[in-house]
Design a protein around this ligand. Sequence first.
Ligand code: NDP
Length: 279
Amino acid sequence: MVPMITLNDQSTLPQLGFGTALIPLDQTADVVGQALQAGYRHIDTGQLYGNEQGVGTAIAASGIPREELYVTSKLSTGDHRPDDVRRSFDKTLERLGLDRLDFFLIHWPLPTRYDGDYVSTWKAVTDLVADGRLRTAGVSNFEPAHLDRVIADTGLVPAVNQIEAHPYFANDTVREASRRHGIAVEAWGPLGQGAVLGNELLGKIAAAHGKTISQVTLRWHIQRGDVVFPKTTSRKRMEENLDLFGFSLSAEEVEAINSLDQGEAGRRGPHPDTFDYVP
Ligand code: NDP
């Protein structure tokens, strides 16, 4: 049974979900359909992934009651102006075949674009909640200074901050800054996008539990209290990644995995202060 996390707006979210970045577009409906059959109820997508339509097809075909599903999408970096936020959000709902979205996040802060104004973007995303078309507003890849600024300028605290985190890049400074504001942390690239899967120490811990490295790594995230949504196109791995709740890591094992942190050198994605890609 996947635990539910309660967020600062009192909404809830399954702590384990399914990621969809880089699933080939022509396979998205099938892969997400398999994930729903396997038991995932929380799906993470984004406008930039180009696959919302496929996610929507899988949801419609699944027959799962809408209230059991938790769907996240993220604002394209090309649509930060407030009017574009509203327009592109409508298109997201249309592509997903939903009349209300559970989570919508600013994908990247882009402090070097749009005159450094991610505050009016944040305000526009929170207006969608006031409109009733969005349940929960959040952010992604926000550094502590970005969080401080949107909160100070609007008084509106994001419910989640989705950031890169895995054993090679623990990202604890941003995790702790998020937590101090009462913001739940979602760890993207929880397996280091595959980088940690050959690690010797993780292999030893996995063998001791009769589990795989992926399961031990995801369990470490769960015990740190973060939300995760590993991506895989394999049905077998979907089931493997869901099977995390029949064992636990000791405090010593958690400490040993913490020691794999390489700081900045372990980061796989771009730094949020300088990332400026706009499609
Ligand atoms: P992950 O850390 O989830 O790693 C995915 C890779 O691990 C794939 O190559 C997959 O291969 C492999 N894998 C998954 N499970 C297993 C397993 N049990 N055994 C062996 N290999 C496995 O990386 P992602 O970047 O996909 O991150 C997860 C999600 O986070 C994304 O899908 C997306 O939804 C989100 N994300 C958000 C970002 C943001 O900026 N907000 C940035 C990046 C990701 P295979 O498919 O072949 O099984």
